[in-house]
Design a protein around this ligand. Structure first.
Ligand code: HEC
Ligand code: HEC
Length: 200
């Protein structure tokens, strides 16, 4: 008898977190279907090249950026309003929602440009002191929970962010990326963005 009670208690204890997670994901889906999909797509695939893809992005990174948009630590006219009423729990749930979505990628229209980009990505520019992107973002650009996934991201968004790191318009945690972006020429910026967009 006693064993059965313990077994039942254990089952409930195991089922609760799963049920909570399902409810969180459902809440996230409601929020995404209510507004985020307009720009980021229901699957995080991005509605146009102007908007970042969120599919496959690390959940911790997404939640952190949403917190920074809300507090104004990362300035964005568009995202400040979008994040204004999100709770920390909803931010985490939105991160988990998008991380689960399969990542997509683009093809390049200019293989020669992407080739220059691959060099920058894997080796940096030893002549001007640009660090290789792989040294932090990983050999395939998959990142870590603290470091964003870059692989398959929209080239235009990547290029814009590199510009904004350079001018420090992207104002949250920009120390490392400012020093990288400030050494990139326009050709290098376009090339590396073009290459990263093709990564799986
Ligand atoms: C009207 C278009 C629009 C809508 C709707 C929108 N976003 Fe965004 N989002 C953007 C833009 C543009 C950026 C790029 C930030 C910038 O440069 O201002 C962005 C950036 C982000 C980022 C940072 C991505 C990165 O790689 O750093 C996250 C996370 C994000 N949005 C999540 C959301 C969520 C969650 C919602 C819904 C609650 C949402 N967005 C709704 C346009 C939108
Ligand atoms: C020394 C480590 C380091 C190196 C080298 C580095 N990065 Fe980063 N990168 C970071 C960190 C850390 C962040 C996250 C900043 C934050 O938390 O907001 C980041 C963020 C980014 C973002 C923003 C992604 C998004 O979703 O908004 C882009 C784009 C980027 N890096 C591109 C590059 C490129 C291209 C290179 C190579 C030329 C490079 N990085 C090299 C550490 C690095």
């Amino acid at each position: 008898m006693k064993g059965r009670f313990i077994a039942a208690g254990l089952l409930i204890a195991l089922a609760l977190p799963a049920a909570a997670r399902a409810a969180d994901l459902q809440r996230a889906e409601e929020i995404v279907g209510g507004r985020c999909f307009l720009c980021h797509g229901m699957e995080g695939e991005a509605a146009s090249a102007l908007y970042p893809r969120l599919a496959g992005q690390h959940s911790e990174y997404i939640a952190k950026q949403l917190g920074d948009f809300k507090s104004g630590k990362r300035k964005s006219d568009t995202m400040a309003g979008m994040a204004a009423d999100l709770t920390p729990e909803e931010m985490k749930a939105l991160g988990a929602f998008f991380e689960k979505k399969p990542a997509t990628r683009s093809t390049t229209a200019e293989p020669d440009l992407a080739g220059v980009g691959r060099y920058i990505f894997t080796k940096g520019n030893p002549y001007s002191g640009v660090a290789a992107c792989v040294s932090c973002h990983g050999a395939k650009g998959h990142g870590t929970p603290q470091l964003p996934r870059l692989a398959g991201q929209q080239a235009l968004y990547l290029e814009n962010q590199l510009k904004q790191f350079n001018t420090r318009e992207r104002n949250n945690d920009n120390a490392v990326m400012h020093s990288v972006a400030s050494k990139l020429t326009e050709l290098e910026r376009k090339a590396v963005a073009d290459y990263i967009a093709t990564l799986d």
